[in-house]
Design a protein around this ligand. Sequence first.
Ligand code: S3P
Length: 178
Amino acid sequence: MKRTVVLIGFMGCGKTTFGEEAARRLLMDFVDMDQEIEKRQGRTISRIFAEDGEEAFRKMETELLTECCHAGGTVVATGGGVVKNPENIRRIRESGALTVYLKASPEELYRRLAEDGTRPLLADTAGEERYKRICTMLAERRNLYETAAEAVYDEDGKTVSEILEDFPDWLAKKIQKV
Ligand code: S3P
């Protein structure tokens, strides 16, 4: 059984898009944590934030993460805020899963998130304000992503289709190495 891979990184870095493609190509299972939480809760992430608050969402996230990182042979797309809780990182490490940071520039993240209406933490922003919010949040979290990761995939200078092509092979080598 292949080693489980936990993808971390900022909203819009492609944990879902690139993770799903890698899982398909490497014949692994795929779980998107936000989608799974929405499915189990029967409501969107935005509604969970609005109705129960962020703290309640973070608890759901930690519970599901623990479950996912122990499922063998799975690519797990986490939510961008998973690194905020050191307990989450501890649980991933303890499970033996490989943590990969998908690193993208704030400019690229903004391009992908400019029209997004599904992220509660960006919902009150648009245009320049949204770009600034992304920069601020990324500055707060960058170090957490870097420290939590065992491997970093740098998206800089690559198009989305190039990453879709390249990332699965890159990941396959990382899984073999360990
Ligand atoms: C969050 C990222 C989102 C989602 C929630 C909070 C964050 O996931 O979990 O809106 O704190 O960065 P994506 O990274 O998949 O957008």
